[in-house]
Ligand binder design. Structure first.
Ligand SMILES: Cc1cc2nc3c(=O)[nH]c(=O)nc-3n(C[C@H](O)[C@H](O)[C@H](O)COP(=O)(O)OP(=O)(O)OC[C@H]3O[C@@H](n4cnc5c(N)ncnc54)[C@H](O)[C@@H]3O)c2cc1C
Length: 305
């Protein structure tokens, strides 16, 4: 990587070199990143991003790595691992909210909110990513999504500097936002989410019900969750299954026999196995049903298509 000496000086002991992305993503695949640096506060994340932008050094903010697929060749960008995890519960004009740094995981926020008797985020209890990843991609489940709860996100924008953006300004769409539609343009530092007082026992039961439903309908094992977005009025899993691909395997990755929109790595798979299965599923569904499946996850790096 260019500028390596300069990066060593800037990050000091926070810099790790030549790290396999397989260890930083939930699909457990992905080649090396020359430079990975962790940021333990929103202020540190902002300062690092400013520094890299000023020196024109490509970067990628990494949350839990649960919505990306990194190629086997790896990445030629500085990976900023977001470990800014602080959050507090407060009241904003009579509205209970959680104000969290973007590296906090949704699951931790939901669990603590439930303990305090706060409802309204139960939908997020099974999503294994960070708040930043969820605000960026409008994560959603069980009939709700980030756009329902986002009061305000603190954003560092490459051209416009520090901004506060509400859900309307984020121009949310299904698993999409204005930030996701212009990758690299901005970084989410923190966000305020609305809550609602509720009964702790009922909230706990609702979280358990979501977990039970997931266990019955979605496979465990290494993956990045759903591969494709659901086309309007249909489901990607149904289409892939109807194209006869449930259980199809390439290398160490298999289209789940439980839910065909999930691809599971048995521990021996590589990123190109995932990619080849995706291409196979897209081709089969298009040939059979004329539907173009669109990726929900993000591909990072170079691919042999
Ligand atoms: C088993 C499983 C189940 C899942 N179920 C669901 C589900 O029900 N619903 C759902 O919506 N998703 C689901 N997902 C996908 C994933 O968990 C979500 O999309 C999650 O919001 C991604 O967050 P992350 O921190 O892992 O993001 P990452 O994968 O680390 O990053 C994804 C993208 O967001 C960007 N990004 C991350 N943080 C920031 C930031 N602070 N500022 C700017 N950009 C940022 C990254 O650069 C990257 O482009 C599932 C995944 C798995 C593995």
């Amino acid at each position: 990587m260019k500028n390596l000496e300069q990066l060593r000086q800037h990050f000091g002991a926070r810099l790790q070199e030549n790290i396999r992305m397989a260890g930083l993503t939930t699909s457990r695949v992905g080649g090396p990143a020359a430079c990975v640096a962790s940021c333990s506060s929103a202020a540190e994340l902002a300062a690092d991003v400013q520094y890299l932008w000023q020196h024109d050094i490509p970067l990628q903010v990494l949350g839990s790595g649960s919505n990306i697929l990194v190629s086997d060749q790896g990445v030629d960008r500085v990976i900023l691992q977001n470990k800014a995890k602080k959050f507090i519960f407060e009241t904003l004009e009579d509205q209970p909210v959680v104000n969290a740094e973007s590296g906090a995981t949704l699951i931790t926020i939901v669990r603590e909110a439930a303990q305090k008797g706060y409802d309204d985020l139960v939908w997020a209890s099974t999503i294994p990513g960070t708040l930043g990843g969820a605000v960026y991609g409008n994560a959603g489940a069980h009939g709700a999504e980030m756009s329902c709860n986002l009061v305000m996100a603190e954003i560092l924008h490459r051209e416009k500097g520090m901004l506060s953006m509400n859900a309307e300004q984020m121009q949310y769409a299904y698993r999409s936002s204005i930030l996701k539609r212009s990758p690299g343009s901005a970084v989410i530092l923190s966000a305020v989410l609305s809550l609602r007082p509720g009964d702790p026992q009922e909230i706990k039961a609702a979280i358990q019900a979501n977990a039970d439903k997931r266990r019955l309908t979605q496979p465990s094992g290494s993956s990045y969750g759903s591969t494709f977005k659901n086309p309007a009025g249909d489901s990607a899993g149904r289409l892939i299954e109807a194209a006869g691909l449930k259980g199809t395997r390439i290398g160490g990755v298999e289209i789940s026999t439980l839910h065909a929109n999930f691809m599971i790595n048995d521990g021996t798979g590589c990123a190109q196995d995932y990619r080849n299965l995706m291409l196979m599923a897209q081709k089969a569904v298009f040939e059979k049903f004329g539907v173009k499946l669109e990726l929900e996850i993000e591909l990072i790096g170079k691919w042999q298509d």
